[in-house]
Design a protein around this ligand. Structure first.
Ligand SMILES: C[S@@+](CC[C@H](N)C(=O)[O-])C[C@H]1O[C@@H](n2cnc3c(N)ncnc32)[C@H](O)[C@@H]1O
Length: 250
């Protein structure tokens, strides 16, 4: 039996009962990340660095309005607000939202917070944003749901807008591709057992993200999926555990 906070029923995901699993799985994500952000000394494992390349692109392309998906404690959103960006920080964890507000207040900048699951419709007009960023946050779902999110991001981005994503790299696993089963591996460098539900889709059985569903892309797969939606990849970097990829909407 899988560990799963709030009985999130990941087994039903494997059986294809995606609708039923969705809302319960969302609750488990919120609780799990509430536990993370309650902690004052959050492990760097949960926080991404701001890529220099992104800052350069933001300057070149005169990016003003940015949505940060899965903004965590707001470190990135606040840093961008300090540079004068109009920031929208979307986050499922209530504790995360509180931290964003505190950090923004301390830095005396304005960051609009949205307490929401990013897999629900995003509350923005069509073609209204200059950039959408998602650092280590959009990989907590199944591939079909992540693809729906990509379509939603495409709807709200302006033409010429930037989509910048840092997400789990399946090539960083010491594994052949797996449709199911339990495997010993590491997750972000932490030894752990992974339960595979489907291709590239797994649930860590221990460690800091125990019980949370994950999907890890292959770098070329991520590029192909997003370019098919009408983007050009303008930058890619393969990091130890992640893919950092930047796209411009055509
Ligand atoms: C590893 S942390 C990264 C935080 C931040 N992006 C950074 O790099 O510092 C992932 C964040 O995504 C949030 N998250 C995960 N799934 C989400 C979802 N479905 N909707 C909104 N936020 C989500 C988590 O609550 C968590 O704060």
């Amino acid at each position: 039996m899988l560990y799963c906070p709030e009985n999130c029923n990941v087994v039903d995901v494997r059986l294809g009962k995606l609708k039923m699993a969705k809302s319960k799985e969302t609750v488990s994500k919120r609780q799990s990340y509430d536990d993370v952000w309650k902690n004052d000394s959050v492990d760097e494992y949960f926080k991404a660095d701001i890529p220099q390349k992104m800052l350069e692109l933001f300057k070149q392309d005169r990016v003003q309005t940015v949505l940060d998906l899965g903004a965590g404690d707001g470190t990135i959103a606040v840093a961008l607000a300090k540079q004068g960006k109009t920031m929208h920080a979307l986050e499922i964890s209530i504790e995360g939202i509180e931290k964003i507000k505190v950090q923004a207040q301390e830095a005396q900048v304005s960051v609009r917070t949205l307490e929401q699951d990013m897999y629900q419709a995003l509350p923005f007009e069509n073609s209204s944003l200059d950039a959408v960023i998602a650092f280590q946050s959009l990989n907590h779902n199944t591939l079909p749901n992540i693809e729906k999110l990509f379509a939603e991001i495409t709807r709200i981005l302006k033409h010429g807008g930037l989509f910048i994503v840092k997400t789990a790299n399946f090539n960083s696993f010491d594994l052949e591709d797996l449709g199911g089963g339990l495997y010993e591996d590491s997750h972000g460098g932490i030894p752990c057992t992974l339960k595979f539900l489907d291709k590239q889709t797994y649930v860590p059985q221990d460690g800091p993200e125990k019980g949370l569903i994950h999907y890890a892309f292959l770098p070329e797969q991520l590029t192909e999926k997003i370019e098919k939606l009408g983007y050009t990849q303008i930058y890619a970097e393969i990091l130890q555990w992640h893919i950092l990829s930047m796209f411009k909407k055509n």
